[in-house]
Ligand binder design. Structure first.
Ligand code: GRF
Length: 203
């Protein structure tokens, strides 16, 4: 199973995927890692791992549509079976999702549909929930929407701040992401034929 991973930041979840592949614990080929801006640690990590990398810089395009079309073409060059948004902080178009057959996986540091958006951890803390968590889902063109594949709860501690809570969530998020990729590559999870649905044969 060939994957392209998209990142915007530090790429620690991506690193966990790279480590799992290198350790022989995850049977996927990381065809390339792409970013929406220059200078991300995620791309640096990928270069260090000897992976193919690319940047389609959001700020180099006049319109979102032009950026989206360029990203779509760049990702398509690698003919991925699945595209993974791993801390990729941009919404992509329905055309992007369609081009990859709806096989666009996203991870989110909250229990969707609660607390979507760029500040899922901060928003959960501000609301005062006692339990939050993370979600792996097939992404559609909305903000953290689309069919949910896996979720796991993480308790909020009384002395948590955004950073400490996010770090504990990310430990779980990495495990879930790798597990979902493993199930996909083993054919235990069937990717959606469109962005609207997912069938699972996993128990
Ligand atoms: C993850 O929690 C992801 O769900 C969120 O941003 C974080 C990315 O962290 N959107 P990293 O770049 O993998 O370290």
């Amino acid at each position: 199973m060939r994957i392209v991973v998209l990142v915007s930041g530090t790429g620690s979840n991506l690193q966990a995927v790279i480590d799992a592949v290198q350790a022989g614990e995850l049977d996927v080929e990381i065809a390339a890692v792409g970013a929406d801006r220059e200078g991300t640690y995620g791309i640096e990590r990928s270069d260090e791992a000897g992976l193919e990398t690319f940047v389609v810089n959001f700020n180099s395009f006049e319109t979102r549509a032009e950026w989206d079309a360029a990203l779509t073409e760049r990702v398509a060059e690698y003919a991925p079976d699945v595209v993974v948004s791993s801390g990729f902080m941009r919404i992509v178009s329905p055309d992007f999702i369609e081009r990859f057959g709806g096989r666009y996986l996203n991870t989110h540091p909250a229990l969707l549909p609660a607390f979507p958006g760029a500040h899922g951890v901060r928003d959960a803390l501000a609301y005062g929930v006692k339990v939050t968590g993370c979600t792996v889902h097939w992404a559609d063109a909305g903000v953290d929407t689309g069919p949910i594949i896996a979720q796991e709860a993480v308790a909020v501690e009384s002395d948590d701040d955004e950073e400490s809570l996010h770090e504990r969530i990310k430990v779980v998020e990495r495990r879930l992401l790798i597990d979902v990729l493993r199930q996909l590559s083993a054919g235990k999870l069937i990717a959606p034929s469109s962005a609207n649905g997912v069938q699972s044969s996993a128990s």
